[in-house]
Each structure stands twice: as C-alpha cells, then as structure tokens.
Design a protein around this ligand. Structure first.
Ligand code: MD6
Ligand code: FE
Length: 203
C-alpha cells in the first residue's frame, strides 16, 4: 500500500491476473441482470460519456431530476443484483470500516470517455471511505484538494489497482482525464471498468 496523501491509500496490483479475470466473469453476470445505461446531467440532460450500472442494495443514478441513490435500475425497474462476494471481501480487507457497503457503482469508459473533477457527496455517511477498483485499460486519474480550483496531481490507475479515499480525503475533488486505450486485454475490448463501493446511509 502507498499513501498518496492523508486519507488516500493506493494499492497497485491489488488483484492479480487470475483474480481480475474472475472479477470480470462476476461482472458479466451483474451486467446481464442490470445492463449499462447512459446517465444524464441534472437540469441540462446532457449525456455522460461513461455508461454505468450498479450492484448492491442501492445504486447511484443521475438524470434531469438530479443525482441520487435508488433501489431500482432506472430502465428495468428491477432491484440491483448483489455485490459479488470477492468485492465485499475486498472492502472488508481495505476499507477499515466496520459496516458493509450499500452501493457499488460500475462505470464503463470507452476509449474516449472521461469524468470531470467531482466530489462524491451524495452519501449521508462521510465517515465511511470510498473504495475503488480499476479493470481494463489504464486511466489517468486526477486528484485535487477539498476546494475546487486547488492544485491537482495525476496518477495512472492500472488494471487490478485499488484506491481508498477516506478520512480527510473523503471529499477531495477527483476525476478521470483520459483512458489509455489498448493498454490491457482483460476486457476483450478497449475501455475500462471502475467499481466504487460506498456506504450511503449512516449505520
Ligand atoms: C474512476 N473514480 O476511477 C472514477 N470516486 O473511474 C471515482 O470517481 C472515485 O476512484 C471516489 C473515490 C474513489 C474513486
Ligand atoms: Fe468519484
């Protein structure tokens, strides 16, 4: 583990190649039950460049009405599938938090997708960290401070890496500048999958 800043722990190669392949197989089952959808920006309705879905009791969605967590897939109306066991076990190992995650957001980035600098602040409980896993093509991740417009640094996230944002870093700004297409063969196509595990409600 490498401490990037107070509250930010980076685990390069947290999952080995066999574990990454097993995780992709688990995610293919999740995606059959809860297909990727294209979220849209609040108010403007502009589509995100990433597609997303969720597993867990709650899923994060965005549409013209705003950002929120909800219990059902916005297109199928079905409850979200459960979080794969290996992902829940990884949370137990690295979250340093004594309760289960409620939401696992699954983002899929095609080669052109990116994600603007944002804070993750739609949760009630900022005591819990956010744990993130990267699979597939390498991404350039940007990390700032807790104020918009502050100094930022960048970090390459490779397939199998884990990142934990907690404590003083729970509300830092971060985003994905770009995907380095073709840097991994794991997904059998270009692109990247990111999982972010969150506790939404206070326990
Ligand atoms: C991504 N990650 O890696 C986007 N959020 O594609 C996030 O937005 C994120 O990695 C909160 C904590 C860790 C993260
Ligand atoms: Fe985020």
């Amino acid at each position: 583990m490498i401490s990037i800043a107070p509250g930010i722990s980076y685990y390069p190669g947290y999952w080995n190649a066999a574990e990454q392949a097993a995780l992709v197989a688990e995610l293919r089952v999740v995606l059959k039950l809860a297909p990727l959808f294209t979220p849209t920006m609040p108010k403007t309705g502009k589509p995100f460049s990433v597609r997303m879905t969720n597993c867990g009791m709650l899923g994060w969605v965005s549409d013209r009405e705003g950002y929120r967590y909800q219990e059902h897939h916005p297109l199928t109306g079905e409850p979200w599938p459960s979080i794969p066991l290996m992902v829940r076990e990884a949370w137990e190992k690295i979250a340093d938090y004594p309760h289960d995650p409620e939401a696992c957001l699954i983002n899929y980035y095609g080669p052109q997708a990116k994600m603007g600098l944002h804070q993750d602040r739609d949760e009630q409980d900022f005591e819990a960290p956010i744990v993130s896993f990267s699979l597939g093509d390498t991404a350039i991740f940007r990390i700032g401070g807790t104020e918009r417009g502050g100094k930022t640094t960048s970090l390459k996230l490779h397939s199998g890496d884990a990142l934990v944002f907690g404590g003083p870093a729970r509300l830092v700004y971060h985003g994905i500048d770009r995907i380095l297409a073709g840097t991994s063969t794991l997904l059998g196509r270009e692109g990247r999958v990111n999982l972010t595990l969150r506790r939404v409600n206070k326990p």
